[in-house]
Design a protein around this ligand. Structure first.
Ligand SMILES: NC(=O)c1ccc[n+]([C@@H]2O[C@H](COP(=O)([O-])OP(=O)(O)OC[C@H]3O[C@@H](n4cnc5c(N)ncnc54)[C@H](OP(=O)(O)O)[C@@H]3O)[C@@H](O)[C@H]2O)c1
Length: 228
């Protein structure tokens, strides 16, 4: 039975990833910014899943928030602040929060857990296609997702033999984020003729977590959209 921690496991992709491992009988912990949100998510995931409150906009609180985690085989960090930010209308508070969550928060989470990873443990960080395919308003999304790639490479070296990889999905059309969104333009420029699915993201995360030879890799899961 693996010990699995999903930081940002209260909704969307993180929730689906947690459900996959709980369904296999693994011991799963999911996080939300609030304890009530985390407990609700843990109940949704089912089994023995536990919920923890972790807020990556407050990096100095991460160590105490994760104090009860004693062993980790698989760490997945999906946490993300919604919203865009253009350079023309640059909002400093939003920009600092976005960088804090995905760069400082992801790094501090891994640091805090660094002496609790069991032999053979692995980490997957969530980036996104915006790192290679900017769009108006993606200034911070593009910047932090590019930074997540760099972060994974340095973590893989500093914390060797811990494996650290990044999954960069394109638009995952069946996530709550895109509910009711008009995605025909995205679909038309995606060679597979559709957006990628949550099930495909879960499968790709599992591959990165499980395959012992894959390390410091950026895996793009976008149906070929970045090539078109
Ligand atoms: N969905 C897509 O199409 C897509 C495409 C490309 C990349 N991605 C990336 O994949 C990841 C997951 O996406 P998603 O659509 O599943 O996101 P989501 O539904 O918005 O879920 C984000 C998670 O982040 C948590 N969170 C938000 N603010 C946080 C904070 N300050 N500290 C800690 N946790 C926080 C949320 O928890 P609470 O709200 O409960 O606190 C939630 O569990 C993100 O990193 C995103 O950039 C997604």
């Amino acid at each position: 039975m693996a010990e699995v921690l999903v930081v940002g496991g209260s909704g969307g992709l993180g929730l689906a990833i947690a459900q996959e491992y709980a369904g296999r009988g693994d011991s799963v912990v999911v996080t939300s910014r609030t304890k009530s949100g985390a407990d609700e998510a843990a109940a949704l995931v089912g089994g023995s899943t536990r919920g923890l409150a972790v807020d990556l906009t407050q990096p100095e609180t991460i160590e105490s928030a994760l104090a009860e985690i004693t062993a980790v085989d698989h760490l997945v960090i999906t946490a993300n602040l919604p919203g865009g930010n253009t350079i023309a209308g640059f909002h400093l508070g939003d920009a600092i929060a976005a960088a804090t969550v995905k760069l400082v928060g992801y790094a501090e989470t891994v640091r805090v857990l660094s002496d609790r990873f069991r032999p053979g443990a692995s980490v997957v960080l969530l980036g996104g296609l915006a790192k290679d395919r900017p769009y108006p308003g993606s200034t911070m999304v593009t910047t932090v997702n590019g930074g997540v790639s760099a972060l994974a490479r340095t973590l893989a070296v500093e914390l060797a033999p811990l494996r650290v990889n990044v999954l960069h999905p394109g638009v995952v059309g069946d996530t709550p984020k895109w509910q009711n969104a008009e995605l025909s333009q995205v679909v038309s420029r995606t060679p597979i003729g559709r957006t990628v699915s949550t099930a495909e993201v879960v499968d790709a995360v599992d591959f990165l977590l499980r395959n012992g030879g894959v390390n410091a890799v950026d895996l793009e899961l976008d149906g070929g959209a970045r090539a078109s």
